[in-house]
Design a protein around this ligand. Structure first.
Ligand code: SAM
Length: 288
């Protein structure tokens, strides 16, 4: 399309969410936009053709995934600048949520191209919406690191987290992840494993991390998985303060030694534990 100066008006990038299983979970607006744009950038074009066939959408598809993101970016940007409207979709759910897309969107925003979200399903929100845990505050951690050392280090950092934690996981790593969760977060920590959401074998396993270890040892998980961990019932912050108080008052350890020990045990930065120890001492002096 040309504007009054005869220059092509830039097109719009639509970020379109698609179903995570059940194809009925697509919005009217998503179907309309996918039918109206000039081009659809899709993670896996073969996969998206099935979705298009179901809704009678006939649009050219161009692959846009982790491995060609940088080179495709220029092509897509040029077409948008030339006036084409483009939709970005991923294999399932909302683009950019554990899926490629943000580089293209950032480049469009930098270039002054209008970006319009077309909201729809995401496994993260779908799992949270029906897990039956507090969702007032939550933190999405995406996939945990595949390597045991990095996974353990990250989980230790998250032990004291007071928000509900959400992880994406793949079936072949579930057993190792559950074992680490039980080990590091405690075997009695509640956990929800949301499996195959919106599909025929949808399941919400609710129990403790230790129960999840046994359950998925007996029957290895298949399909797609979201792990939801509500905060520990007894706030670790309180445990930490009790543990600190005990060490500071009832042991011969210096403050530095006590802080170092607690920081290691709780997987927290020493500077945070040190600050907490000073707060405790201040509170105790005030109470006397
Ligand atoms: N963009 C997607 C979204 O908005 O949820 C996520 C894409 S990410 C590459 C794929 C991961 O999402 C899976 O490994 C799984 O952890 C989670 N997931 C996607 N669909 C799911 C489903 N139907 N049930 C459970 N988890 C799902």
């Amino acid at each position: 399309m040309a504007n009054e100066q005869g220059r092509a008006a830039a097109g719009t990038l639509y970020v379109v969410a698609t179903p995570i299983g059940n194809l009925e979970d697509i919005t009217y607006r998503a179907i309309r936009i996918l039918g109206e744009v000039d081009l659809v950038a899709a993670e896996d074009t073969r996969h998206s053709r099935k979705l298009f066939a179901r809704f009678g959408i006939q649009k050219p598809l161009l692959s846009y995934h982790d491995h060609n993101e940088r080179q495709r970016l220029e092509t897509l940007l040029a077409r948008l600048q030339g006036g084409d409207d483009i939709a970005l979709i991923s294999d399932a759910g909302t683009p950019c949520i554990a899926d490629p897309g943000y580089r293209l969107i950032a480049a469009c925003r930098d270039a002054g191209i209008v970006v319009v979200p077309i909201p729809g399903p995401s496994a993260l929100v779908t799992a949270l919406s029906a897990a039956g845990v507090s969702t007032e505050r939550f933190a999405f951690e995406g996939y945990l690191p595949p390597r045991a050392k990095a996974r353990g280090d990250l989980l230790r950092q998250l032990v004291g987290e007071q928000r509900t934690l959400v992880f994406y996981e793949v079936p072949h790593r579930l057993a190792a992840t559950l074992a680490d969760l039980a080990d590091i977060m405690g075997g009695d920590r509640p956990l929800v494993v949301a499996r195959e959401l919106t599909k025929l074998h949808e399941e919400f396993f609710r129990g403790t991390t230790a129960e999840a270890v046994s359950r998925f040892q007996l029957e290895p998980a298949r399909g797609e998985l979201v792990l939801v961990l509500p905060p520990a019932k007894q706030g670790p912050q309180m445990n930490l303060r009790d543990a600190l108080r005990k060490l500071l008052n009832d042991s011969d350890l210096s403050r530095r030694e006590a802080v170092k020990m607690i920081a290691r045990e709780y997987g927290l930065p020493s500077s945070d534990v040190y600050r907490e120890s000073l707060n405790l001492t201040k509170e105790e002096a005030h109470d006397e």
